[in-house]
Design a protein around this ligand. Structure first.
Ligand SMILES: CC(C)(COP(=O)(O)OP(=O)(O)OC[C@H]1O[C@@H](n2cnc3c(N)ncnc32)[C@H](O)[C@@H]1OP(=O)(O)O)[C@@H](O)C(=O)NCCC(=O)NCCS
Length: 178
């Protein structure tokens, strides 16, 4: 049975035990302001080399400044995670970034991603945000997932996040109740 709960600070490194493998068939790129799908077959075997070393300090800092870290567990094993940044962003300073969302291979397509996303949206709303910002991996499955959650292209993207991930698709969604 899958259970959801907040992650403790010392559990953040368990993220790198989540099975990140994925077979990618298509990606999206942005051309003249439009999303264009391109074939791009790729077998991701796991996390990119060095991902844990590069990203753990930033995730711990995020936790320390009040970021929100929520995990999906299969018994004691972390199998999915969502992290909401605490720093306000956007022209009106009313956006919070969904900094991280992953569901392990073997646990996808079962509704976990949706639950992690919607719980993050609820948290963003509780903190007073009007929008949630997502710098999304450009793979087809991921972009479709976010579009089905109501995410749309943000124009212009946040300059700092765009500089960090220029190939990502930068999206926002409303967090207020429809
Ligand atoms: C993108 C990602 C987070 C989605 O997570 P997920 O757990 O697979 O997503 P869900 O299962 O909630 O939803 C995907 C689809 O699964 C299907 N689904 C959901 N519940 C289901 C169920 N009980 N039975 C069968 N199918 C189901 C639905 O078609 C759903 O689509 P919907 O949006 O129309 O509801 C996940 O694929 C992932 O981690 N990918 C790799 C990492 C990544 O790209 N992360 C994002 C970085 S920005």
């Amino acid at each position: 049975m899958i259970t959801f709960r907040a992650l403790a600070r010392d559990e953040i490194t368990q993220i790198w035990n989540i099975d990140r493998s994925e077979i990618i068939h298509n990606i999206y790129i942005l051309e003249n302001g439009l999303l264009v799908r391109k074939p791009a077959y790729f077998e991701a075997k796991g996390w990119e080399s060095g991902a844990a070393e590069r990203n753990t300090p930033g995730l711990l800092d995020c936790f320390d400044r009040g970021g929100w870290c929520w995990g999906a567990f299969d018994a004691d094993k972390l199998v999915g995670v969502a992290i909401l940044e605490s720093k306000w962003m956007g022209p009106a300073h009313d956006q919070l970034q969904l900094k991280f969302l992953h569901v392990g291979n073997g646990y996808r397509q079962q509704g976990l991603g949706k639950q992690l996303f919607e719980r993050s949206r609820t948290e963003a709303r509780a903190r007073g945000a009007r929008q949630m910002y997502v710098s999304a991996t450009p793979t087809e499955n991921t972009i479709h997932f976010y579009q089905r959650r109501g995410c749309v292209l943000v124009d212009p993207p946040d300059p700092e996040l765009f500089a960090l991930e220029p190939e990502d698709i930068h999206l926002v969604c409303a967090v207020e109740k429809e």
